[in-house]
Design a protein around this ligand. Structure first.
Ligand SMILES: Nc1ncnc2c1ncn2[C@@H]1O[C@H](COP(=O)(O)OP(=O)(O)OP(=O)(O)O)[C@@H](O)[C@H]1O
Length: 323
């Protein structure tokens, strides 16, 4: 189990990035860390790996993971950190990079392992290619394979699919996260990608104001966001006055709703005027004016600008999302 106790960190310029961050991650658990750019996601991963020194404590099981003030070579053998810059040896081949940490004592075993890893990241046909000749996305896949090579107990992944096209990304991450689960590898992933944070995580953690701002299962965090900030990390979101959608409401309470929760209907007391429709593939995002406030809804077809539109919101949802 990973355990952080009161982890705090400020860079040399004095900027406080993290303050008293504490959490645990079980063996095999996948925790995704989300939050706006600059909130400290990468810094937290680097502290866990041992690249940065903290006054707080980091444990893996009973063992305290000591930072650079105590270790000449930062990092532990059983933890792999995949940085945003990949840190590959560019003149070497893909296979040599993937096998960097594997022993040369058993060449046949090593070759088999490299092949297995290249299959996980779908790079089997590029084993002998020089890494410097690869695209950014291909290099990222090599770095990912190298991080998994020595069967770590924990991986720290910083935006691991950021350079990979959509065509490949979905299949690849299904494979990688399945592999991590099968091997019972703890995974802490810093990401801006909603799918990483929702579809594959056991726990989603929001970093804000130097600390953990929210932490829950992805379903819980998405369905019960504590405020607009958390909901907006998952995409467009509406924060409306309750009295704008509930008749005879007099309170100053607000409500948080995702666009797909504003259902377009033939007639209802919630009347808005369409500003624009944006094509999203399977649906359209409808931007509309509701009592002088911009709202977003989803609908199966475009609605002409200037048209009146009526929304319905289910009663249980209104009860659940009041803040
Ligand atoms: N080497 C550094 N020296 C000084 N300040 C730094 C350094 N690296 C990061 N910072 C600052 O620390 C804060 C946290 O940065 P960090 O990279 O951890 O954020 P992040 O959440 O990972 O961002 P992103 O999502 O953009 O990758 C930012 O304000 C950043 O400017």
């Amino acid at each position: 189990m990973l355990k952080l106790e009161n982890v705090s960190f400020a860079y040399e310029n004095g900027e406080q990035v993290l303050e008293n961050v504490s959490f645990t991650a079980k063996r095999g658990e996948n925790i995704s860390i989300i939050g706006e750019s600059g909130c400290g996601k990468s810094t937290l991963l680097q502290i866990i790996y041992g690249l940065l020194h903290t006054e707080g404590k980091v444990f893996w099981g009973e063992q305290e993971l000591l930072g650079p003030n105590f270790n000449l070579v930062p990092g532990e053998d059983f933890i792999k950190y995949l940085a945003q810059d990949f840190d590959l040896m560019l003149p070497l081949s893909v296979a040599d990079n993937v096998g960097k940490y594997l022993s040369n004592m058993y060449p046949v075993k090593k070759k088999k392992r490299i092949q297995e890893l290249l299959e996980v990241v779908e790079m089997e046909d590029m084993a002998n290619k020089k890494t410097k000749l690869l695209s950014g996305g291909q290099q990222q896949r090599v770095a990912l394979a190298r991080a998994l090579a020595k069967e770590p107990e924990m991986v720290l992944l910083d935006e691991p699919f950021s350079h990979i096209d959509h065509f490949r990304k979905n299949n690849l991450r299904r494979k990688v996260f399945k592999y991590l689960k099968e091997q019972n590898i703890t995974c802490i992933i810093a990401t801006h990608d909603i799918t990483d944070a929702l579809a594959f995580a056991d726990t989603t953690m929001v970093l804000k104001d130097h600390n953990i701002y929210a932490k829950a299962t992805p379903e819980d965090l998405y369905n019960n966001p504590p405020n607009k900030y958390v909901a907006s990390l998952f995409g467009d979101v509406n924060e409306l006055m309750l009295k704008d959608i509930v008749q005879n409401e007099t309170s100053t309470k607000k409500i948080i709703l995702y666009p797909e929760e504003l259902k377009v209907s033939r007639k209802s007391p919630i009347k808005a005027t369409v500003i624009t429709s944006y094509f999203k593939g399977s649906t359209y995002l409808i931007e509309a004016d509701l009592n002088g406030k911009t709202v977003f809804a989803e609908h199966r077809s475009a609605i002409p600008s200037g048209a009146h539109v009526y929304f319905v919101i289910s009663k249980p949802l209104i009860e659940k999302r009041k803040i």
